[in-house]
Design a protein around this ligand. Sequence first.
Ligand code: NAP
Length: 491
Amino acid sequence: MTTAVKNETEQKVIDGVRKQLYIGGEWRDGSEGATLAVEDPATGESLCDVADATVDDAFAALAAADETQAEWQETPPRDRGEILRRAWELITERKDDLSLLMTLEMGKTIKESEAEITYGSEFFRWFAEEAVRIEGRYSVAPNGAGRLLVMKQAVGPCVLITPWNFPLAMGTRKIGPAIAAGCTMVMKPASQTPLSMLALAQILEEAGLPGGVLNVITSSSSGSVMEPLIKDSRTRKLSFTGSTEVGRKLIEQAAEQILKVSMELGGNAPFLVFDDADVDAAVEGAVIAKMRNIGEACTAANRFHVADGVASEFAEKLAERMGSMKVGRGTEEGVEVGPLIDDDQRSKVSELVGDAVGRGAHALVGGHPRDGAGYFYDPTVLADVPDGANLLKEEIFGPVAPVASFDSEEDAVAAANNTEYGLVAYVYTRDLKRALRVCEALETGMIGLNQGMVSNPAAPFGGVKQSGFGREGGREGIEEYLETKYVAVNL
Ligand code: NAP
């Protein structure tokens, strides 16, 4: 792999990141001195190398978290909150550099990186406020004889694992509530996008987070390095965001110590457009739900189910909008669609499109990978997608919108629920009764009603069925890092 020719600003931003492991408040190389390369998906070239942790390094990180836990949970909630608040301020001040860094390692456009920096950092501001609102209760037992005292306490050392698609926000959604609740942690970001997390650790250090509270390890051997930590008796919680396939394995591993577990897994979001919907608004919502993050979002609309009467109009308007989007390196002016994360992901998208076309779907726009450097795929709209097509069942994770039609509300809901996933659904209708009926019938953890995006730090994000369990954000988010203790009081 050659080293990319980067401009001066890009090089400066990369040089500003510490590329070591962060353990017990110190930056250090991996114990075997190995490194792993971070690639720019827009060019396929190497950006830099970061430390590659071994199992020994992972144990050192867990030991640091364990040793710091008792003191950290005694730190006043206001102090924990102030650190998060200060980190939010620092992220906000450094938004430009952090956005560029994210675009370089992940591929999304600068505008999208900026949006993620804002979204991701808001979890720190939100949980800074939640840190001082951890409440228990004291009540009279129903028979009047005794009292019930209920208290909330930090779970203890956490293992946190995040994916590459939102390199900062998937981390702040876990680190924010863990800090607020008084938990220490070992964080492992995805090996493809470690730089944003390393930059975040530097910011938290600067914001005054004591050494040992957050420990960050980067590794090319995720399975072998993380399994011993998940099975170690010092770990009390596992929070994972990633694929359902890996999540399933980790739930099994977590069973050994009966860990408290949160799982944010894959999705297969249906986007329903009823014949009473505002079709133009639905198209705008569809562009957001489909194209945010180049389609590489767990919340990405994976399939569009549109009422017979408006299906062609919707598909044609969507094709026009998606076909006009400029594809290119996320750092370039005017680019709206960056590259996919790697060649494997692009090949998977190509295969899914090939399968659908082979079964009778036709491309209104796109349908092909781009030649040349980087992992680009043209924004694609497929019409008349038949029931058996694989992309109606599998997570596409790319800029491809399959459109199928339905002829009744009942069929629409049945099609939407015909999946093992249950993260999010989108519904477009102007009929209030129908909106509420359909929202109640959908088997998902979240619904965008007449809007193409649901993510909000103040709301409980999470799925049902094989999309996982637990919630991140909202008032619910901190509960994942707290245990409930009940004291039976004899008066
Ligand atoms: P992934 O392959 O499951 O990887 C996610 C993380 O797990 C990465 O840090 C990866 O490390 C690590 N990992 C992989 N195998 C592991 C193992 N055996 N033991 C421990 N850790 C392991 O998922 P991805 O491809 O990065 O991300 C895409 C998936 O994430 C999609 O399915 C998407 O829907 C899901 N996602 C869900 C949410 C949500 O909130 N529900 C949000 C975002 C993404 P390495 O990369 O270093 O190997």
